[in-house]
Ligand binder design. Structure first.
Ligand SMILES: [Fe+2]
Length: 256
């Protein structure tokens, strides 16, 4: 048999080592405590009555429009937050840094499509792109953005991943599951188009994106192992990320 053909058929022979998937390990010791301490805060966001109302088919058209408009910067800027953090991933001799670099690059690339899927949802629900492009969310909904700009600029690599990819993507992966299931309730309502285009963003986050928080936790473990000070800083960053996310959703719920 031709050796060249054999090698080309064997994917492991041609795939460079950087494409290896990040292997998840069980949470033990400090990592288990870290994860457990954040779970109730994540649940507060994911189980917020705002998301429950949407899942139960009770959200008004105005409520959807307000939320889609004012949450747009969080979605639209998400890869930029990661890019700020990626700029710090340069000390390849340190544990976890090379894996964090590779993972952030892949995640940023994925987010390229998510912006457009979110815009399709917003447009299908009556929010024009011109409005999205010019939105300044109310302070309580924009605080999460200011926090993420700040922590990804001035925090450590682990703090940025904890605040952004662990905290925000974790809660988002959870609430999108129940919201996605409830969206058919709006199929015949005025001003709301339900189809594969308008549901693409929700579907993505309810399905494959939910691996991201687990991968983010794995990176935090590798970056902070054996360093209790860094572990606590990363935990605090995730706690703050969830706190600001909760503040945004609380405000949104109160305003509609
Ligand atoms: Fe996304």
């Amino acid at each position: 048999m031709n050796t060249l053909v054999t090698q080309a058929d064997d994917k492991s022979a041609v795939q460079p080592s950087y494409s290896k998937i990040l292997e998840l390990t069980p949470h033990t010791g400090w990592a288990a405590e870290f994860w457990q301490s954040l779970t109730p805060l994540k649940d507060q966001v994911a189980n917020h009555p705002f998301f429950q109302d949407i899942a139960d088919g009770k959200m008004t058209h105005e409520g959807f429009k307000y939320a889609l408009l004012n949450l747009y910067p969080l979605v639209g800027h998400f890869p930029s937050y990661m890019a700020l953090n990626l700029a710090k991933a340069i000390r390849f001799e340190q544990p976890g840094v090379l894996e964090a670099r590779n993972w952030l690059i892949r995640n940023i690339k994925t987010e390229e499509r998510h912006l457009f899927w979110y815009r399709d949802w917003a447009e299908g629900f009556g929010v024009p792109i011109s409005a999205l492009n010019h939105v300044t969310p109310p302070p309580a909904m924009n605080a999460v953005n200011h926090f993420l700009w700040n922590i990804n600029t001035y925090g450590t690599l682990a703090e940025g991943i904890a605040a952004t990819n662990l905290a925000i993507e974790w809660a988002t992966g959870d609430w999108t599951i129940k919201v996605f299931k409830g969206m058919q309730a709006y199929a015949n309502k005025a001003g709301m188009t339900i189809d594969t285009r308008t549901l693409a963003w929700l579907r993505a986050h309810a399905q494959y994106d939910d691996e991201h928080p687990h991968e983010a936790m794995e990176l935090v473990k590798r970056l902070c192992d054996h360093d209790p000070v860094q572990q606590e800083k990363a935990r605090h960053a995730a706690e703050q990320g969830l706190g600001y996310y909760h503040l945004a959703i609380d405000h949104c719920y109160g305003a509609i």
